[in-house]
Design a protein around this ligand. Structure first.
Ligand SMILES: Nc1ncnc2c1ncn2[C@@H]1O[C@H](COP(=O)(O)OP(=O)(O)O)[C@@H](O)[C@H]1O
Ligand SMILES: [Mg+2]
Length: 264
């Protein structure tokens, strides 16, 4: 049965989609594991990262959550090893469609769990890309996940933001999914030459140490030039032949995430 990893934080532009697509890309490139990425964000950026057009996709995770479609009929086989369950703008209406109809959807945080039960055995890993808010969608994601990875972009006030997200996850865990684990926190888009970034990471590291959390040694460096050049590739950076620090950091991170996963 697939191990389910969510990549979650309440901030947009924090590198959630980059992390999901590159980590999943790295796994299938270096192993024979089968991976499903489920996009739950209305922006549909996971699909775009694989060269798909979300607005042209008719059936998405939205239809699966509402019970209109079966997951297996909506999943797109990008390659034999990597499949995507896409999302599009319909997901932005999910709360509006579900919350006034709770007599019909009586277990609103477990829609995703029910919806993907039938495909869980087909994969080694399932990655969940999430929207930048802690609402019904994030709740569904955390209810079905085994592990959650939190991207952390060091910037002013971000450590308090990180603490807030971790507290919200811990609180949710106690109420809905006791077996959920915070796998670790990843420093994303880090510019190590900037004193501010180094200080923020140090603060985050201290907080993690004190609270028995993992802040991965591997950080994903910031590179505007790189981000621009990969935006139009239609595949994750870990699938290109680019030989740069960002690509190698994702392969390092993959090793670290799965080593910690084993020993913890
Ligand atoms: N390592 C990086 N350095 C610089 N920019 C990056 C890096 N990784 C991602 N980006 C860019 O940052 C933006 C936000 O990333 P994204 O993964 O879409 O975040 P989220 O899914 O959290 O909104 C995107 O434009 C992406 O190309
Ligand atoms: Mg995203």
């Amino acid at each position: 049965m697939a191990e389910i990893y969510a990549v979650s934080t309440n901030k947009g532009g924090a590198g959630k989609t980059s992390l999901v697509t590159n980590l999943a890309g790295a796994i299938v490139k270096q192993s024979d594991k089968k991976v499903l990425i489920i996009d739950t964000d209305g922006q549909g950026n996971t699909s775009i990262a694989f060269g798909l057009s979300p607005h042209e996709i008719e059936d998405t995770i939205y239809d699966v959550l509402l019970g209109i479609k079966e997951a297996k009929d909506v999943i797109i086989e990008v390659t034999e090893q990597l499949h995507v369950l896409p999302s599009n703008n319909d997901m932005n209406f999910l709360e509006f469609d579900i919350l006034p109809n709770l007599q019909k959807y009586s277990d609103p945080f477990n829609l995703l769990k029910k919806a993907i039960n039938s495909v869980r055995d087909e994969y080694d890993y399932i990655f969940l890309d999430t929207p930048p808010s802690m609402g019904l969608v994030a709740g569904n994601v955390l209810a079905v996940s085994d592990q959650v990875i939190i991207p952390f972009v060091p910037e002013m006030f971000a450590v308090s933001g990180l603490v807030r997200v971790i507290q919200a996850i811990e609180d949710f865990k106690g109420k809905v999914n006791p077996s959920l684990k915070v796998a670790g926190i990843v420093g994303m888009m880090v510019d190590s030459r900037t004193t501010l970034h180094s200080q923020m990471l140090q603060q985050a590291r201290r907080y993690c140490l004190e609270n028995d959390l993992v802040l991965y040694e591997t950080i994903v460096p910031k590179s505007i030039r790189f981000a621009n050049s990969t935006a139009y590739e239609g595949k994750p950076a870990t699938w290109t032949d680019a030989n740069n620090q960002i690509v190698s950091s994702y392969f390092e991170l993959m090793k670290e995430v799965f080593e910690y996963g084993k020993t913890k």
